[in-house]
Design a protein around this ligand. Structure first.
Ligand code: WQD
Length: 332
């Protein structure tokens, strides 16, 4: 049975991927510093799968503790989610993001190489396409140009580090998965997106409006060159995203491979508001306000390469994501 260490495994995408891994028969351990997630997620994973994964509360910046985990781990592969991901916060606190995301990943790579663990799936982001982001980003789209925030720059830097590690270590296998906009929750309603502090992303904010914690959603601009004036994004259900990680894990091969994980379909902000209102049966209060700096009108994935080479295809819809999110909200 392949043994996989999932860093950031109590987080949103990490926890859903852990569930899919366990249900597919993998031996899974989680490493997380609980900076942006809760240890109770382990109980929920156990309720869903019947397995409570071994958990290491370790910060990737704590090299001695991280080394100890690897020396005893006997891992065949790593799926690396652990990282800070709040775009706005990264602008205010760039060093926190460079240290945590980049230095943390360097520590992880050192431990992998020191313990002959040579297979890695990395949680990257569509933000690496920067100013080249467009209606349909393919993996050939240039990266690293015009990235508007330190968070996105950390993802780009880590991608470049991983490519160089592969060049220096011919047996090292890396797959970079570039996500677009993850949404939704597990159909059990037991795990979902529950960031600590004030969220940046659309869906966690819609969730807070729905719970009455925020009076209304501020829609950042309706004067974009799109059909309804609001920005269009490629929202992918987190369970589809998790399944994409298992496909990538299975297909790992020496060198660095890159895949977009998205649906290829765009949805506007107002369409998301409408879908949530439809699923909840009540109108979500919102107000159109000024644009948010750095937002691009349309960012969508061309996921044909993942489809062709990994057999990846997003199956779940925006409506599925809204219903699953509501079930998760109702549970808490
Ligand atoms: C989506 C749309 C906003 C909040 C970011 C990161 C990206 C990825 C996903 C990790 C935009 C609008 C939002 C609100 C709004 N994260 N919006 N009111 O900006 O596409 O991407 O998160 O990988 O790396 O860059 O996602 O959810 O912040 O915004 O109108 O209160 O919703 O303007 O059009 P984004 P988002």
């Amino acid at each position: 049975m392949e043994k996989v260490l999932v860093t950031g495994g109590t987080g949103f995408i990490g926890s859903h991927t852990v569930v899919e891994l366990i249900q597919a028969g993998y031996d899974v351990e989680i490493l997380d510093n609980l900076d942006n997630s809760k240890i109770s997620v382990l109980d929920q994973i156990s309720k869903i799968t019947g397995v409570r994964p071994v958990f290491h509360q370790v910060d990737l910046l704590d090299f001695p503790k991280l080394s100890k985990v690897f020396s005893k781990g006997g891992y065949d592969s790593v799926i690396h989610f652990a990282g800070l991901k709040a775009v706005a916060e990264s602008v205010e606190k760039p060093l926190k993001y460079y240290e945590n995301n980049v230095s943390g990943t360097i520590n992880l790579l050192k431990c992998m190489l020191n313990n002959e663990v040579s297979r890695l799936v990395f949680s990257s982001s569509a933000t690496v396409y920067g100013a080249n982001s467009s209606d349909s980003c393919s993996e050939k789209t240039p990266t690293g140009v015009g990235i508007t925030n330190p968070y996105g720059k950390t993802k780009y830097m880590i991608e470049e580090i991983l490519k160089d590690v592969c060049a220096a270590n011919p047996d090292f296998s890396v797959t970079l998965l570039r996500y677009f906009n993850p949404i939704g929750a597990h159909p059990s309603g037991l795990i979902g997106e529950d960031p600590n502090g004030i969220p940046n992303n659309l869906m966690p904010i819609i969730m807070k409006v729905s719970r009455g914690e925020i009076p209304e959603l501020s829609v950042y601009g309706n004067d974009y060159p799109t059909f309804d004036g609001t920005c269009i994004r490629d929202y992918i259900h987190v369970v589809d995203l998790a399944k994409g990680h298992l496909l990538a894990l299975k297909k790992l091969r020496p060198g660095a491979s890159v895949y977009n994980l998205g649906t290829g379909q765009g949805t506007s902000v107002l369409e998301m508001v409408e879908a949530f209102s439809r699923a909840s049966g009540r109108r979500l209060p919102f107000r159109i306000v000024e644009r948010r700096p750095g937002d691009l009108p349309v960012i969508c994935a061309d996921a044909s390469k993942a489809n062709a080479e990994l057999g990846f295809k997003a199956e779940l819809t925006i409506d599925d994501a809204m219903h699953d999110t509501l079930r998760y909200i109702a549970a808490y």
